[in-house]
Design a protein around this ligand. Structure first.
Ligand SMILES: [Ca+2]
Ligand SMILES: [Ca+2]
Ligand SMILES: [Ca+2]
Length: 500
């Protein structure tokens, strides 16, 4: 008798919950980590979401035709928060309310580092849709302070081209024609830079740096009540610090910023939308940070988010970022990314269909491919297509056709001036710095001009108009090399103005 119970005990303790562990709700990359580690940072996706994968984004866009971007923003932020509020208590209860849990609302999800057994327990709940592996545990609370360079709100003179140089890339895209003929320069539009931070003390960026007007710098308090102390120009979510200035040689975000909004104070107008504002968000590491960056951009009024980066090999986690991007787009955020530099003729070649990654491979994100001055695609540029047929909740765009990307082209450089890294002047001529990190900002600049002309057009319409007004550089329509062709600021803004 005793022997019999002992055997049973052995069996049940060796496989305590195997029958109950719904592995189908745990991403393969998380399962892989859990085989080696007793705990791991995870994103627990709640059952209720605005979008349910598949074609639900497209259906949302169709059913929202004619709605104003500002209305969608207001309505969806409150809906997202309500869903998160309602469902996350139940999720947190299952895992015993860990203090370090990060509640998100851009997707209804909780980010937390959990033990294997707790992950299994959460996966068994009908409140939980899926559990993804995160990349790291997000940083803890901010204490504020540490903004070393504080700007005063600028006084802007009337925009003038007198005595200013205009580089060839700006002219080729027709941005200067938009400034001259329509008198549209990006005013009223804020572009969130998901990047390395920027040298906003550069004379060409000082006046167009977004300022969180209801926040006081360096007093250690969260004056505007958005949960972050002293976030005057954006936020560094990677370090949970309000300091977003880029220093030393790491000036990637200064270059991308300059292409969007460098205002020519130092003599050369490097930006397509010189009167747009730039909000700086540093949000590497945890996917909780990606969510926080989108939430910040939406709540603080950014219109566009420029994402000049590329994440390879995310596995099922691609679906998580796609949901974040789609739900951010529904709430009126235009998403732009460079196509990446993984073409077969470059230094880091990747096979097809893996050259465009995340976020640029996501359907609602405008992926900017690259053209040189001779209108040819340089060998380093990532080419499409992109496939989604293996990604849970989507399972679309099967090969061979896949999803045709890039969507449109900008200029990856080199050859046009960019802001210098010593805080003064320009790298002009720039003979070295190139990559689709710089094609993306050309498209963000065009989008900023369009939204300055007509602020209420929704993101999917902005994407459509950018593509339909682009100048084809290859025959046969949109293709996986150059997309719809070179972006045309003049035609895009003209179409945007007619679109009420
Ligand atoms: Ca604020
Ligand atoms: Ca604040
Ligand atoms: Ca403060």
């Amino acid at each position: 008798m005793h022997y019999y119970f002992f055997i049973l005990f052995i069996i049940f303790s060796a496989f305590p919950a195997c029958a109950q562990v719904p592995l189908s709700k745990i991403s393969p990359s998380l399962q892989h980590q859990l085989a080696d580690y007793p705990y791991w940072p995870v994103i627990i996706l709640g059952e209720s979401q605005l979008l349910s994968g598949g074609d639900s984004y497209d259906r949302f866009c169709k059913s929202s035709a004619g709605r104003k971007r500002s209305e969608l923003r207001k309505k969806l932020i409150s809906e997202y928060k309500e869903t998160a509020e309602k469902e996350q208590d139940a999720i947190l209860k299952i895992i015993s309310y860990p203090k370090s849990a990060v509640r998100m609302w851009i997707v209804n999800a909780v980010g937390v580092t959990l033990k294997r057994e707790e992950i299994y327990k959460a996966a068994a709940s009908d409140k939980v849709k899926y559990i993804y592996a995160d990349r790291q545990t997000p940083a803890a609370e901010s204490k504020g302070g540490s903004v070393r360079h504080v700007l005063s709100p600028p006084t802007l003179k009337e925009f003038s081209l007198s005595g200013k140089k205009i580089p060839w890339n700006i002219k080729e895209i027709g941005a200067d024609r938009v400034w001259k003929e329509f008198r549209i320069t990006g005013e009223g539009v804020t572009v969130a830079m998901f990047d390395s931070g920027a040298d906003y003390m550069h004379p060409d960026l000082q006046k167009n740096t977004w300022i969180n007007r209801d926040e006081v710098a360096n007093n250690g308090k969260d004056d505007d009540g958005n949960g972050l102390a002293d976030d005057v120009y954006g936020y560094n979510f990677s370090k949970m610090s309000p300091s977003v200035i880029a220093e030393g040689k790491q000036q990637h975000g200064t270059w991308t910023s300059g292409i969007i909004a460098g205002d020519g104070s130092g003599g050369t107008i490097t930006g397509l939308a010189p009167r747009a504002k730039l909000m700086h968000l540093i949000a590497w590491g945890s996917y909780c940070n990606t969510a926080r960056a989108f939430e910040y951009a939406l709540e603080e009024g950014a219109d566009i988010i420029n994402m000049s980066f590329s994440w390879p090999h995310l596995g099922q986690e691609r679906g998580l970022i796609r949901l974040m991007c789609e739900q951010a787009a529904c709430a009126g955020l235009v998403l732009v990314s460079g196509a990446g530099n993984f073409g077969s003729g470059g230094k880091n070649p990747a096979p097809l269909p893996l050259q465009l990654r995340i976020p640029e491979g996501i359907p609602c994100v405008i992926a900017a491919g690259g053209l040189n001055r001779k209108m040819k695609v340089p060998g380093f540029c990532s080419l499409g297509p992109v496939e989604w047929s293996q990604v849970k909740f989507y399972e679309d765009f099967p090969l061979p056709k896949g999803l045709v990307k890039p969507d449109v082209c900008g200029f990856p450089g080199p050859g046009y001036p960019i802001l210098s890294t010593d805080g003064r002047g320009y790298v002009d001529p720039n003979t070295k710095i190139a990559g689709n990190s710089f094609s993306g900002p050309h498209i963000s600049g065009v989008a900023a001009l369009m939204l300055s002309a007509n602020p209420e057009i929704p993101p999917w319409k902005v994407k459509e108009l950018i593509e339909t007004t682009a100048k084809a550089v290859e025959a046969g329509g949109k293709n996986p090399r150059s997309g719809a062709g070179l972006t045309d600021a003049y035609q895009a803004v003209k179409k945007a103005m007619g679109n009420h």
